[in-house]
Write a protein that binds this ligand. Structure first.
Ligand code: ATP
Length: 614
């Protein structure tokens, strides 16, 4: 309750205070209503001989004071309820907005490596996925405050009518509340246990329902398989919840029986006392009515407490996620301003292990990049090229060794500042569903409106021609989700991403497989023109196309996270090691492509050529 109220107070203090006040007012109004009705009934049950001679308006005027106050209280309670309904909508929006912003505070400050930590990732997914939680928290908390206020004000009314019933009633609901609290605690435990399981289910739902995976799911006929996996998770969850409900049932039944028995006994006592003439029939009627209302309010308390328990998982994730922020901010405030440029970048004996891995992805690697050079990283899949590039960009921090920009150790500077001086084109580059111009402009957001520079970057990436053919040119919104948008091919997306890297105009450019989706001509043009295109900048190039890196100033060959060879193409070829083997393999493949007669001969040997090949 305290953390829920704290959250609401921080998100919208004035609105929360007004709503709490309205809840209390409403509860007091209802108690006043019951008291007034009791009074009116009291007046009615007292025999009055003179009443027979009065007209209807005359009779009503006798009750004018009570009726006037009754009308006032009715209007007041109705008005507070209406006002509450509207203000509640605003409050839930404010709380949702506030929690979302606070989660973003952490998400944008967190190191990219944090996203590789399953615990961080799961927590964030749960926290952000719970978009309905803030609504549930504010509604159940306000309902709880309403129930508590009703219990207090109705108890006060009952105390005035028939005091002994008050403690009896509280006694009656204790078993019910206890049973509810116990089952809510178990439900909370279950939600914690099932959270990873839920995450998996959401992931499967995404696979089945997202555009990105639709083609492959259809092509491989995966829908049935994925649905079965998802159903299995549903069944597991359903079974766990069923067990929980069955386990909770005896306690809840016992609680309800005890409450019912005590209530009946209380009402019976009141009736007996009324029959004996110890209390007036009007007081007895009021007492019975208040008892019923009080029973409902106490039951409502139990229910809202369960709902709050339900939200506790979200609050716990939210709190734990937020708790990361001071550490991140402290770390950043202790850092020095980053250099804007460099003469040499030196990777000094660096080792890095991913949070979820048990062995290093990069192990004791040293590397040098001078200003204006093109340096290539080559090696087999998984040899550590991308990881090393991310360390150079300060996207990850090494556990051992340093990355120096001249005399500045990157561990001591603000990572956000250093990234200002780096342009990256990663393998999984961003495809923003924005306009073409904005897709390039996000490369340097503070210049996103500089259309001339954007067009120049597009021309450098050879993207200008196909952009000119798009329906609205640079203003065409990309993708298929938003109305009026147009999708482009994989290679065209890659050219846009390349244009973004040009637009950033940073001294260090990291290109991770920049031509993976480009056609042969575009690839050739990029590699041939690279030195000219990136003149004065340093390019760290990751590629499997060894024929394209011959002109690099230095080539580092990685294997299992270690640099096994380094030097110019000529040096590495003379060495006759791994690079030379890989290069010769690729060169031989290219010769096969350039001299296809070899393939034709072998086909002829196997039998006659099909008609289309003759
Ligand atoms: N987020 C991660 N968590 C744990 N291990 C990872 C993660 N990303 C990569 N790895 C592991 O680190 C090693 C190096 O991966 P990296 O992506 O740097 O290789 P690469 O040389 O760029 O591969 P490729 O040529 O396939 O792109 C691999 O063994 C990989 O399995």
């Amino acid at each position: 309750m305290a953390s829920s109220l704290g959250l609401l107070m921080r998100a919208a203090p004035a609105l929360t205070a007004v709503l709490v006040l309205l809840q209390i007012l409403n509860a007091v109004g209802q108690a006043a209503l019951l008291t007034l009705l009791g009074r009116i009934v009291g007046r009615l049950v007292v025999p009055d001989a003179s009443a027979a001679s009065l007209s209807l308006p005359g009779l009503v005027s006798r009750l004018s004071t009570e009726l006037g106050v009754l009308a006032g209280v009715l209007v007041l309670t109705q008005a507070t309820q209406l006002l509450q309904a509207n203000l509640r909508l605003l409050l839930t929006q404010r709380v949702t907005w506030y929690t979302f912003e606070r989660l973003l505070d952490v998400a944008v400050e967190a190191d990219p490596a944090e996203f590789d930590r399953p615990e961080f990732h799961n927590r964030m997914e749960r926290a952000k996925g719970a978009s309905t939680r803030p609504t549930q928290i504010s509604n159940s908390l306000l309902a709880l405050i309403g129930s508590v206020s009703s219990v207090v004000s109705l108890s006060a009314v009952l105390l005035a009518v028939f005091p002994p019933l008050v403690p009896l009633l509280f006694l009656a609901v204790i078993p019910l509340l206890w049973a509810n609290a116990a089952s809510s605690r178990r439900a909370y435990q279950l939600t914690v246990t099932l959270s990873e399981h839920e995450h998996r289910r959401v992931y499967l739902r995404g696979l089945l329902m997202s555009r990105r995976s639709a083609v492959e799911v259809q092509a491989y006929g995966l829908a049935g398989y994925l649905r079965e996996l998802s159903q299995r998770l549903f069944v597991q969850r359903y079974t766990a919840l069923k067990h929980l409900a069955v386990r909770a049932l005896p306690g809840q039944l016992f609680g309800a029986l005890a409450a019912g028995a005590v209530l009946t006994a209380g009402i019976g006592t009141v009736a007996a006392l009324a029959l004996r003439g110890s209390i007036s029939p009007a007081a007895a009627g009021s007492a019975v009515f208040v008892v019923m209302q009080l029973g409902g309010a106490l039951g409502g308390m139990g229910l809202t407490v369960s709902q709050l328990y339900d939200s506790a998982v979200f609050l716990e994730d939210y709190r734990a996620f937020r708790a990361l922020l001071p550490g991140l901010e402290r770390r950043r405030s202790a850092l020095r301003p980053a250099p804007r440029d460099f003469t040499t970048i030196y990777v000094d004996n660096v080792t890095f292990t991913y949070p979820a891995a048990d062995r290093p992805a990069i192990s004791e690697v040293s590397m040098r990049l001078n200003r204006g050079e093109i340096v290539a990283l080559v090696g087999e899949n998984g040899s550590g090229k991308t990881t090393l590039a991310k360390l150079v960009c300060n996207l990850y921090s090494p556990q051992q060794g340093c990355v120096w920009w001249d005399y500045c150790d990157l561990a001591t500077v603000d990572p956000e500042e250093i990234r200002e001086s780096i342009a990256v084109l990663m393998q999984d580059f961003g495809r923003y569903l924005f306009s073409v111009a904005d897709n390039i402009g996000v490369g340097r957001v503070n210049q996103i409106d500089d259309r001339e520079a954007i067009m120049m970057a597009a021309a450098q990436a050879r993207a200008d021609q196909f952009i000119a053919d798009l329906p609205q040119g640079y203003d065409t919104v990309l993708g298929t989700i938003f109305s009026g948008s147009t999708d482009i091919s994989g290679g065209q997306w890659q050219r846009i991403a390349l244009a973004r890297a040009f637009f950033r105009a940073a001294p260090l450019v990291v290109l991770d497989e920049p031509t993976a989706s480009l056609d042969a001509r575009a690839e050739h043009e990029l590699y041939e023109g690279m030195r000219e295109l990136f003149v004065g900048r340093t390019v760290l190039l990751i590629t499997h196309r060894l024929l394209s890196v011959r002109s690099a100033d230095r080539i580092y060959v990685l294997d299992s996270g270690q640099v096994v060879e380094a030097g110019t193409h000529e040096h590495l070829m003379r060495l006759g090691g791994r690079y030379a083997q890989m290069y010769q393999l690729q060169a031989a493949n290219r010769d096969d492509v350039l001299n296809p007669h070899m393939g034709a001969e072998s086909q002829q040997g196997d039998g006659p050529l099909p008609p289309w090949a003759r």
